[in-house]
Design a binder for this molecule. Structure first.
Ligand code: UD1
Ligand code: MG
Length: 418
């Protein structure tokens, strides 16, 4: 890790009173308070259409609505717990020398502050507690769902563990890529749902089938989706608020998509699949908003690979078990683009430095795009130099536009495609 310093055996053994005064001060100084106005704006943009669809536009049956609302309530409690735990956990990770330097502020006073790293661990733990407790209020009758729900939680939990291991041990790139496929195993092994896909109507005459059973290939596809979602969030990163911001935008789009599908369908199993996704994504969104309140520009904490892997895995699991992985991939369009731009460096054809971030000019406070193949650099090269905050907002607006485009595409193709 270029900018991160790890505790050596002697460092950790050093008693607190022997540490230099400046280091003790840095370790104990509180982080900046949560930026509530920013997350209220994020919340309002998403919640207005979401609540309108649930409460006014669609007639959703009482039982399902009740479960969604209970989940929303426990998610909100999760939000409050996360907001209050992050400052506490920040002190602990700093004490263990788990911090990073803000590369896009190098050369300014902010660039030499030790920013607590891996705060995704708080989000992950609160998320798991919320989703585990939620089972008490739902799934009482349907044990099949209970099996898949718990397998999904096991995969997410495994991913949090491996993400944290990566943050602490800083494993090499090639190993990083396979970690999500290991974490996806509990879900892949327990998955007993269908392994069929519906052939798009225009292709039926060519394939000769309306439904195709993929068997084990479907499970392979599920594993690859988990690998893609986790890594693609992790490499579309490096700007304050970008890792969590993209998750918040995609999670909001997933929730709106789920409600639209529940509202428009009469098939109880189909509705249940989308409700399942809501029960995972509402807690993800609530706890992510709490993290964003500290990670938004200027970041008081970094999220770590613990968070990027956790968020990617949760959305992949929701997409797999909610059976909307194609839609999910269109929500991930900026990540797909970033992945394609990254391919030459990831494949080793072009040299890949440890950090592929823009160049920061401390005089003007502006970022300039480098030749590294990332969407961040591509945006800077196309649209000119920007401040870090402006660039992050532009990328999040682009993410939201891609989600909007996906809804438009689905609407245009309804009845013709499937
Ligand atoms: C991935 C990217 C790398 C990018 C990094 C940024 C690839 C192949 N890898 O690596 O190019 O530089 O994410 O997260 O594309 N940081 C900031 N500002 C932020 C967030 C992070 O300066 O807003 C820096 C901090 O020094 C932090 C470090 O990035 O400690 C975290 O990097 P890490 O998540 O370990 O990098 P990777 O995921 O390995
Ligand atoms: Mg990372």
């Amino acid at each position: 890790m270029a900018a991160r310093k790890r505790a050596s055996a002697t460092d950790t053994a050093k008693p607190e009173q022997e540490k230099p005064k400046s280091e003790t001060h840095q370790t104990e100084s509180p982080i900046r308070p949560a930026k509530y106005p920013t997350i209220i704006k994020f919340f309002l943009i998403f919640s207005v259409p979401y609540f309108f669809l649930i409460f006014s536009y669609y007639r959703i049956e009482y039982e399902l609505k009740k479960s969604i609302l209970i989940n929303l309530l426990v998610s909100f409690i999760g939000f409050l717990v996360t907001v209050s735990m992050i400052p506490v956990a920040s002190k602990y990770v700093l004490r263990r020398n788990l911090f990073g330097y803000d590369i896009n502020k190098k050369g300014t006073p902010d660039g030499s502050i030790k920013v607590p790293e891996s705060l995704g661990i708080v989000v992950g733990i609160v998320f798991l507690v919320v989703t585990i407790l939620f089972q008490y209020f739902n799934f009482t009758a349907d044990s099949n769902w209970l099996v898949e729900y718990n397998a999904a939680l096991a995969s997410i939990c495994f991913m949090i563990l491996l993400g944290f291991v990566d943050d602490v041990l800083d494993v090499p790139w090639r190993v990083k890529l396979v970690l999500p496929s290991i974490a996806a195993l509990p879900l892949l092994m327990a998955y007993a749902g269908h392994t069929t896909i519906i052939i798009p109507k225009p292709l039926v005459p060519y394939v000769g089938l309306e439904i195709l059973d993929l068997g084990w290939i479907y499970k392979l596809y599920m594993g690859l989706l988990a690998v893609f979602c986790t890594n693609s969030i992790n490499i579309h990163a490096g700007l304050n608020g970008l890792e969590v911001g993209q998750t918040v935008v995609i999670a909001s789009a997933i929730l709106i998509h789920n409600v639209m599908q529940i509202g428009a369908s009469t098939d109880p199993e189909y509705k249940q699949a989308h409700a399942f996704s809501i029960y995972l994504i509402q807690p993800l969104l609530a706890t992510s908003l709490a993290l964003l309140s500290y990670n938004w520009y200027p970041s008081s904490v970094f999220v770590g690979d613990t968070y990027t892997y956790f968020a990617g895995m949760t959305m992949a699991v929701a997409g797999i078990l909610g059976h909307f992985s194609e839609t999910l991939l269109i929500f991930f369009a900026p990540q797909v683009l970033n992945f394609l731009l990254s391919l030459p460096q990831l494949a080793g054809i072009v040299p890949c430095p440890r950090h592929r971030l823009p160049r920061f000019d401390p005089q003007s406070g502006l970022l300039t795009g480098t030749n590294d193949g990332t969407l961040v650099n591509f945006f800077l090269r196309q649209f000119g130099r920007k401040t870090e905050k402006r660039l992050c907002i532009s990328l999040l607006v682009f993410q939201a536009l891609c989600c909007g485009f996906c809804f438009l595409l689905r609407w245009l193709l309804t009845g013709w495609y499937k």
